[in-house]
Design a protein around this ligand. Structure first.
Ligand SMILES: O=C(O)CCC(=O)C(=O)O
Ligand SMILES: [Fe+2]
Length: 263
């Protein structure tokens, strides 16, 4: 089993209304990916490769008085991050729309519960993940670069550097690799979306492997974790009542407590 690559050109960021039939086709491809693997690579999304490159280096950061590094430390950092965040948001909303259509639901069903991304009342986050070099001498048996987990929210957008190592657990129980494919955005279903769809879309377990012994390269990825608005009530969209309705923020807090809270 492989993670499909789907061409999102027809509905890329900036694209206006498109014929329902084109959206339908896109929907079918996304649905196949999300019901079978839970992951998909999207190409021609409108997020260009340039945006994902690290910011130009500046002086090493000293103690920062503000939340954002100053202009002289990393010129344009704030602007770039904000613009990238907004592009991730735009793409996520487009994907959520196609996902709803693909299930024969109202196009706005998922969207209508993601109205506040980027403002108070919605916990979606853009996270920068830096994996430091790994010295072979300190590696323990079975150690991973990022442990096996599934994500909590609705969908996640992942942008990886070239080093690779990401693997996804397939339904047949084997890990398949999910390398970086330049020019694509890797998107996966997360747990709350699996619950929302009554387990139609799969939130797959994934992990990042250590580099081969002696390989001292670092790894960098960016993950945009999409969550519904805090107050949104999530009810199985297929009418199955497989899971009771849950308020988004309550579900997520519970998951965070399980992961990080006192035992
Ligand atoms: O670093 C990666 O490529 C993936 C990280 C990840 O799965 C996560 O942070 O949830
Ligand atoms: Fe993850």
């Amino acid at each position: 089993m492989k993670i499909p690559v789907v061409d999102f050109e027809a509905y890329r960021i900036g694209a206006g209304d498109i014929p329902a039939e084109r959206l339908q086709n896109l929907g079918e491809e996304l649905k196949a990916a999300f019901t079978e693997v839970g992951f998909v690579y999207l190409k021609n999304t409108g997020i260009d490769q340039q945006e994902v490159k690290p910011s130009p280096g500046g002086r090493p950061e000293g103690s920062l008085q503000h939340k954002w590094p100053s202009q002289e430390v990393i010129g344009g950092f704030r602007e770039r991050q904000v613009s990238f965040f907004l592009h991730c948001k735009d793409l996520s909303l487009r994907v959520l729309r196609v996902m709803a259509l693909s299930l024969g639901l109202d196009a706005d069903l998922f969207l209508s519960k993601h109205r506040l991304i980027g403002s108070e009342g919605n916990g979606s986050t853009l996270r920068t993940l830096y994996y430091p070099p790994v010295r072979a001498e300190v590696v323990k048996e079975g150690q991973l670069r990022c442990g096996e987990h599934s994500d909590y929210g609705t969908i996640t957008l992942v942008f990886q550097s070239q080093e690779g190592g990401l693997q996804v657990l397939s339904r047949s129980g084997e890990f398949i690799s999910a390398p970086s494919i330049p020019g694509t955005v890797l998107i996966n279903i997360a747990d709350l979306m699996q619950r929302w769809t009554g387990d139609i879309f799969i939130s797959a377990i994934h992990r990042v492997l250590l580099p081969p012994p002696g390989d001292l390269s670092t790894r960098q990825s960016l993950a945009f974790f999409v969550q519904p608005d805090d107050e949104a009530l999530i009810t199985c969209c297929d009418g199955s009542e497989k899971y009771p309705p849950v308020k988004s923020v309550d579900y997520l807090m519970e998951r965070f407590r399980d992961s990080y809270g006192r035992k």
